[in-house]
Design a protein around this ligand. Sequence first.
Ligand SMILES: Nc1ncnc2c1ncn2[C@@H]1O[C@H](COP(=O)(O)OP(=O)(O)O)[C@@H](O)[C@H]1O
Ligand SMILES: [Mg+2]
Length: 260
Amino acid sequence: MGTSGEISNSIFKGTLEPIGQLRGASNGSLLCKDSSESLFVYKPIAGERPLWDFPDNTLSGREVAAANLDVMLDWNLVPPTRWISDGPVGPGMVQKWIEEIDELRPVNIFETDRVPTGWLSILDAVDQTGRPVTLAHEDNEALMRMALFDAIVNNADRKAGHILADENGRIFAIDHGVCFNEEPKLRTVLWGWVDKPIWEPHLTSLRQLQGTLGDYHDQIDTFLSRAESRELRQRIQGLLETESFPRPSDDWPSIPWPVF
Ligand SMILES: Nc1ncnc2c1ncn2[C@@H]1O[C@H](COP(=O)(O)OP(=O)(O)O)[C@@H](O)[C@H]1O
Ligand SMILES: [Mg+2]
């Protein structure tokens, strides 16, 4: 796997040294540094917690497939990510660490009458004190691209905490371990564009992706089952036919919990 072009180049220098466990991680994910002190997330297969609805030992591979798909789309959402066969605790995925600026997070919960102008409201609720609150996200092209990316990869866990903003306000998508299931499982906080038309340049990217993928693409399909590969192509075809954002399904909780 990872046999051609840019994707196969290493993203770290020398060897990876684990320096701690990731805070808030549900799996045995490690924070590492390379020989030039740059930080990386390393998710070894060995640290994966079994899930009822995903085959065992496939989560880090799904992360790499999602990152490779982002590269193929040229959408620059996922931090540079690679498969590593000889990591400190065996095979897994490695991803560049993004220094997150909390205040720039494009998804948040507000008192209902304080949602910033221009933000899209997703869900109304009441907090512990009975005050009306609203989950909302920004309305911008990068976030819209991320919502479409999630529809393509069938992301079952786009929490607010899986969207990072760096000091320049650039946004990144992380944690794609539960993507590409063969059943529809789209679960996200980015529902602001339901039924809206997909922007023409994004349709162009989708058509190009369809061509690049063909029936089999090493950098994606090595990590997926046959049924998952088939469904990925079906979802792309479906989006190209409707030319609009999907709506939440009735038989699957469509907002991840917890939201952060
Ligand atoms: N590439 C990254 N850059 C910066 N922070 C990250 C990165 N990957 C993960 N994190 C941080 O670590 C937390 C746990 O990582 P996540 O990918 O969600 O792991 P898990 O699969 O265990 O849920 C994230 O919520 C985030 O705060
Ligand atoms: Mg997570």
